[in-house]
Design a protein around this ligand. Structure first.
Ligand code: NDP
Ligand code: MG
Length: 393
């Protein structure tokens, strides 16, 4: 039986890696849905390759343009994520949630009803709306697999043994500026910041990697997924990104998971979980293993690490949405050259310290609209505070 599959954000970095895994095993799949915001060139290639039944193009201009040029009259094309009822007849087998930033939360929440398995790469959706995601997973009996490489590794290592964990170490490459003097960081251009030394990723996560915000996200993400506390985690620098997780158990054993820096590996394993399917991979790299260079993070170098101490041990609060939304806005401001690189961290810390937001550390998200309104408010506040303060400085 062919696996029915959907990819939210198929033109992004995770989306294209998922397409590449499927492409090698085309006969195994019936592609029900692909989606993009505006990349109609890439989606056209994917249509030829995978012959999906449905398509979502969210940018209105590109949607209209695509309708004019599309020759495949069998494919149904939608302009938003509000038509899952028309797209899915019963449950499909697997969905990859790989939209970027906060944009992924609503589609992720809505698609859970229509899929047996949901693999979520979109960490911002997990951070802002995990309690809502979990509620839907239970309600619709849908299985969840984390795809962020660290979380896939932890998930593979611990299975259901969360009560036996002493410490989980999450590794960080340190990004492209690990060895660059801080005084030079103000001159960093967006094009330098989006070049990651080990991974090829979307722009947003590449910037988050350079500021280390990505690791703060990953600690929160792991805390939620595995139902643990903030102090169960430690971030370690590991420039080679060969080790993806280290789990120390209370019985004295420590497990380390290593794989090549290629997101196709966790993606492949999330698709073919519990099967005998194999993927080609390089031989074990002894040079890297003999030189893991694990070290603690220096707060002088990565100021954002300070944010960890403001985060609450409560599992799900609206404060995490403040972090995601302020950071989304700051990264956009940086990419549009309105603020400089070091401002991202400085302003993020400033926003997280505002009393009006700190109050949210004990408020649980109740529904999507509440999170979405907060997201809009925080983005506006961040823009107003940061652009003005930078111009007045
Ligand atoms: P990309 O920016 O490369 O891709 C994002 C996808 O979402 C694209 O298909 C994009 O369409 C679409 N999209 C962007 N904005 C919107 C919008 N406003 N409305 C609808 N669709 C939109 O991101 P990545 O693939 O790098 O990351 C995806 C998620 O996975 C993120 O949350 C990231 O943190 C997480 N992740 C990524 C990893 C990686 O290696 N890249 C590793 C671990 C987690 P278009 O192509 O038209 O822009
Ligand atoms: Mg990761």
């Amino acid at each position: 039986m062919k696996k029915k599959i959907a990819i939210l954000g198929s033109t992004g970095s995770i989306g294209r890696s998922t397409v590449s895994v499927i492409k090698k095993n085309k006969k195994d799949f019936n592609v029900i849905l692909l989606s993009t915001n505006k990349n109609i060139k890439e989606i056209s290639k994917q249509i030829k390759l995978l012959k999906p039944k449905n398509l979502i193009i969210t940018s209105h201009n590109k949607y209209l343009k695509f309708l004019k040029i599309n020759k495949n009259k069998k494919i149904k094309i939608f302009n938003n994520y509000k038509n899952f009822n028309k797209i899915f007849k019963g449950k499909i087998d697997y969905t990859m949630s790989a939209l970027s930033s906060f944009n992924g939360l609503q589609p992720t929440l809505d698609i859970i009803k229509f899929t047996k398995v949901i693999a979520i790469a979109n960490k911002e959706a997990i951070i802002c709306g995990w309690n809502l995601i979990k509620k839907n997973l239970t309600k619709y009996k849908t299985n969840f697999i984390p795809v962020d490489s660290e979380h896939f590794s932890i998930w593979s290592l611990i299975k259901n043994n969360t009560n036996k964990i002493d410490k989980i170490y999450i590794t960080a490459s340190g990004g492209p500026f690990l060895n660059i003097k801080k005084s030079r960081l103000n001159k960093i251009k967006p094009r330098d910041a989006i070049k990651h030394p080990n991974w090829s990723m979307g722009k947003k996560i590449s910037i988050d990697s350079a500021t280390l915000v990505n690791k703060i996200f990953e600690v929160i993400e792991a805390k939620k997924i595995f139902n643990l506390n903030m102090n169960d985690f430690e971030i370690l620098l590991h420039p080679d990104s060969y080790v993806h997780a280290i789990v120390k158990f209370k019985n004295g054993l420590t497990k380390i998971l290593i794989h090549d820096t290629d997101m196709k590996i966790p993606i492949f394993n999330s698709i073919y979980y519990n099967t005998n399917k194999t993927i080609p991979s390089s031989p074990l790299n002894f040079k890297k293993i003999n030189n893991l260079k694990l070290s603690n993070v220096n707060i002088k170098q990565f100021e954002t690490i300070d944010i960890l101490k403001y985060l609450s041990n409560d599992k799900d609060t609206l404060y995490e949405t403040v972090l995601v939304s302020a950071n989304d806005e700051l990264v956009d401001l940086f990419l549009n050259k309105k603020i400089n690189f070091l401002d991202i961290s400085k302003k993020l810390i400033m926003i997280m310290k505002l009393e009006e937001f700190k109050k949210l550390r004990s408020r649980k998200p109740l529904n999507f609209n509440q999170i979405s309104n907060l997201n809009k408010y925080v983005r506006l506040k961040t823009r107003t505070l940061c652009v003005r303060s930078v111009h007045n400085a």
